[in-house]
Write a protein that binds this ligand. Structure first.
Ligand SMILES: Cc1cc2nc3c(=O)[nH]c(=O)nc-3n(C[C@H](O)[C@H](O)[C@H](O)COP(=O)(O)OP(=O)(O)OC[C@H]3O[C@@H](n4cnc5c(N)ncnc54)[C@H](O)[C@@H]3O)c2cc1C
Length: 371
């Protein structure tokens, strides 16, 4: 075999796995079609370290998020990755929403996440500029610099003698009597193949296609591109908030509502919204026509915000495996022996909280590797 383990995709999840498995195994390869890491979903997100509030008890999302946030805080401290444990408020602006936040507190408690119920006066002390009748404070929510995190994973993988091959796209996978043959297309349009004992598919938006290449076509795991657009709050009003502020989420959790996130550079974003794309195209445009709806949503709890205080910022695409309107699905992380592909580990539908969970996902994937 040319490689022991081949990881497809150098997003935050692929790189976290690469760092973790290269500590234990030699001949670890990461294959990435772009010329550097994190050019897709991993650099187009809110950079929030989620607490693990909303996910159903016992789901991989709940378990890996709660474990992942602790691992991530520890990792950021140890490796001097910029982060802030700034906290988050979930705000109720009317009686109906007050009734909903009790349910949120219970779901969070089921996942081992403690939230504190605040009244108007307590909220005012923390965030004097927002409007809320009641709020839940999530003290373990935070933010981080995801680029520095990925850079560190890349460096550690290389230091562990792992190899990262950029500018090469996986175009074919053939199962062998033992292991797999992977075909690549490089930046000069040359094809070449190599063999590997194990494959880890962390190809994000096209992870369903990678799984199909290995003969596991499955409509139930088809990815649907679901765009999230952001607007930024322009100076000086970006300085009026100290922590993340979220409205009460929509009933089916398709998105958690237009919220406010702060980044490590002091930028403040509104969003992301939720729009399923008609086809799986990499459409990162921000529709300036949405300014009014973003402004109106945010104004409910940010009364200081004027229409011209916000401007189009950026967009990301979620790799969803549920169709529009369907209940939220869990991460799909599986060693595929049952489907006739031993040593092939699929990660599909790695939407939020994928960034928060990356180190816990890497540990979980390591446990799925059979020697
Ligand atoms: C709008 C938005 C907001 C989000 N906010 C948060 C948040 O605040 N907190 C949080 O925890 N999570 C958040 N997420 C989720 C988080 O960003 C993702 O879970 C995470 O980035 C997924 O990482 P990944 O490595 O699986 O995928 P990606 O970053 O997409 O990486 C996959 C890589 O595979 C490569 N690839 C694909 N096909 C091939 C091929 N054939 N050959 C070679 N390479 C290939 C791609 O080029 C890409 O680099 C958000 C997501 C979105 C869209």
């Amino acid at each position: 075999m040319d490689a022991e383990i081949t990881i497809i995709g150098a997003g935050v999840i692929g790189l976290a796995i690469a760092e973790t498995v290269s500590e234990r195994y030699s001949d670890v390869f990461v294959i990435e079609k772009h010329t550097t890491f994190g050019q897709e979903t991993s650099s187009r997100n809110s950079e929030v370290i989620h607490a693990g509030i909303y996910y159903p008890k016992g789901s991989l999302k709940a378990k890996l998020c709660v474990e992942g946030k602790m691992l991530l805080y520890e990792y950021c401290r140890k490796h001097e990755i910029p982060y802030s444990n700034c906290g988050k408020l979930i705000v109720a602006t009317n009686e109906k929403e007050i009734a909903i936040i009790d349910g949120i507190k219970n779901t969070a408690a089921g996942n081992g996440v403690d939230l504190e119920l605040l009244d108007r006066y307590q909220i005012e002390k923390l965030e004097p500029e927002i409007f809320a009748l009641k709020a839940l404070l999530s003290p373990t929510t935070g933010i981080l610099d995801s680029h520095s995190l990925m850079k560190r994973f890349e460096t550690d993988t290389l230091n562990n003698s792992g190899q990262i091959v950029y500018g090469s796209e996986v175009t074919g996978i053939r199962k062998l009597r033992e292991g797999y043959e992977i075909t690549l297309l490089d930046a000069d349009s040359n094809n070449y193949s190599f063999t590997t004992r194990l494959v880890i598919n962390s190809a994000g938006l096209t992870s369903d296609k990678i799984s199909e290449m290995a003969g596991m076509k499955d409509e139930n795991l088809s990815i649907r591109f679901c765009k999230g657009e952001y607007f930024r709050i322009v100076p000086p009003k970006n300085r009026l908030l100290n922590q993340l502020v979220y409205p009460v989420p929509h009933a089916n959790l398709e998105g958690i509502g237009i919220h406010v996130t702060i980044d490590m550079g002091g930028g403040v974003k509104l969003g992301p919204d939720v729009t399923y794309l008609d086809s799986n195209v990499y459409d990162y445009r921000v529709d300036a026509g949405k300014q009014e709806s973003f402004w109106k949503s945010a104004r409910k709890f940010l009364p200081f915000l004027e229409f011209n205080d916000i401007a189009p910022e950026m967009a990301g695409i979620r790799p969803k495996i549920q169709k529009p309107g369907e209940p939220v699905r869990d991460f799909y992380i599986k060693e595929e022996s049952e489907r006739g592909n031993p040593g092939f580990i699929n990660l599909i539908g790695m939407e939020s909280p994928g960034l928060t969970s990356c180190l816990a996902i890497a540990k979980h994937v390591l446990s799925l590797i059979r020697n």
